[in-house]
Design a protein around this ligand. Structure first.
Ligand code: HEC
Ligand code: HEC
Ligand code: HEC
Ligand code: HEC
Length: 170
């Protein structure tokens, strides 16, 4: 490839990456706005602030194992807190019997479509393919068995409840 072709290719890549990053930021802002509205709708509940918290401290009071978990930390750095993905979950936090679920939960079949509300395609699909080949049929350190139709959280993070109960005394 000639020098000019290299420069053009490098520029196209940089522009592509910038466009991807911008798309992610825009989508993230949109999803956050929608969830903030939902949080507002819960404002009537006893003591609810009605707005999304900007940190994870309330959730971490009970879910301490998530403090340094990868999905939690990469997202917190961008203001995507637990509440952005799981809703304000005010009733969940205040149910002394632990029977009320958080506002938003995702079954295995919903994970991918949820993550892609903000994320686009992988920047380097060949790396993902190589990863898949390396792990197929094996169990990852996060406890997930990797199969051909792996979903986002099989390969990313260790986003799971601990083996021991969240609240031992409750
Ligand atoms: C007062 C303690 C407490 C607080 C605060 C709390 N949780 Fe929980 N959470 C629990 C308990 C207990 C469970 C059930 C754990 C189990 O089944 O082992 C749970 C379960 C969950 C689950 C899994 C539910 C399911 O059925 O799969 C999610 C998701 C969750 N919490 C998210 C959150 C989020 C997000 C926050 C903050 C907005 C939060 N929790 C705050 C105690 C708490
Ligand atoms: C509300 C929007 C939003 C949702 C939903 C979301 N993300 Fe993200 N994610 C972001 C933002 C913003 C970043 C930070 C990107 C950056 O730092 O450039 C990020 C970062 C990441 C990173 C780190 C990227 C890197 O370059 O190291 C991974 C991995 C990731 N997300 C996976 C997921 C997975 C898996 C899901 C679904 C469980 C998910 N995301 C859902 C917005 C979102
Ligand atoms: C088969 C495993 C696998 C699956 C499934 C998977 N990823 Fe990835 N992901 C990877 C690997 C490997 C990388 C590249 C890491 C690197 O650059 O070294 C990556 C990178 C990323 C990044 C960083 C930015 C980028 O594009 O490289 C984000 C964000 C991300 N994945 C989100 C997701 C989301 C969202 C899903 C589900 C829709 C998903 N991943 C599904 C393995 C996977
Ligand atoms: C980027 C979005 C995102 C963020 C941020 C996030 N979660 Fe989740 N969470 C999910 C998704 C998606 C699932 C379903 C994962 C799966 O089944 O693979 C999930 C599952 C869970 C579960 C159930 C795990 C199990 O084993 O059943 C708990 C508990 C939980 N999250 C708690 C939290 C807490 C606490 C925080 C903040 C400290 C948090 N999450 C932040 C998206 C997120």
């Amino acid at each position: 490839m000639g020098r000019l072709a290299w420069v053009l290719a490098a520029t196209a890549l940089a522009v592509g990456a910038a466009a991807l990053a911008q798309g992610l930021q825009e989508r993230t802002a949109r999803v956050k706005r929608r969830l903030a509205k939902e949080a507002q709708a819960h404002a009537g509940l006893r003591g609810s602030p009605g707005t999304l918290p900007t940190d994870n401290s309330l959730c971490l009071l009970c879910h301490a194992n998530f403090r340094s978990e990868e999905l939690v930390t990469v997202h917190l750095a961008q203001g995507v807190t637990c509440a952005v993905c799981h809703g304000l979950s005010f009733e969940h936090m205040n149910d002394e019997t632990s029977r009320t679920k958080p506002d938003l939960l995702y079954g295995r079949a919903q994970v991918s479509s949820f993550c892609t509300r903000c994320h686009g395609r992988h920047a380097q699909p060949e790396k993902v393919q190589a990863f898949l080949i390396q792990w197929k049929g094996k169990t990852r350190p996060n406890g997930r068995l990797i199969l051909q139709q792996a979903t986002c959280t099989d390969c990313h993070g260790l986003h799971a409840l601990p083996d021991t109960p969240v609240l031992t005394g409750r």
